[in-house]
Design a protein around this ligand. Structure first.
Ligand SMILES: [Zn+2]
Length: 104
């Protein structure tokens, strides 16, 4: 199964994704590497829209029994930089605030 529709459970539209890669080399387990497209985001401090990238953080999440699969997500989490107030902030992360699933 090389099916990324499982990401819809996290509210992700695959059109939002810049890149993804699915591996299913173990029975009952899936690994997905994913990054989102660059978009204009509103600075939480001054609300100016910016698409300037400061850096990235690689994050790993584990979810148990998602449609019968143990899911491992490698998320390339982008940090934007605001030229107006010189602060940085993370893009929205669809893999947190998923209270239904166990995060480790
Ligand atoms: Zn700002």
């Amino acid at each position: 199964m090389k099916d990324i529709s499982i990401l819809a459970l996290f509210g992700i539209n695959t059109d939002e994704l810049e890149n993804y890669h699915v591996e299913d080399n173990e029975p009952g387990a899936l690994s997905i590497s994913v990054s989102k497209r660059k978009t204009f985001s509103s600075c939480p401090c001054c609300e100016v829209l910016t698409n300037k990238i400061k850096d990235y953080q690689n994050k790993t999440y584990f979810f148990r029994n998602i449609n019968g699969y143990d899911l491992k997500v490698f998320f390339k989490h982008r940090r934007y930089w605001c030229p107006e107030c010189n602060k940085s902030f993370m893009e929205s992360n669809p893999f947190i605030n998923t209270h239904n699933y166990k995060l480790t």
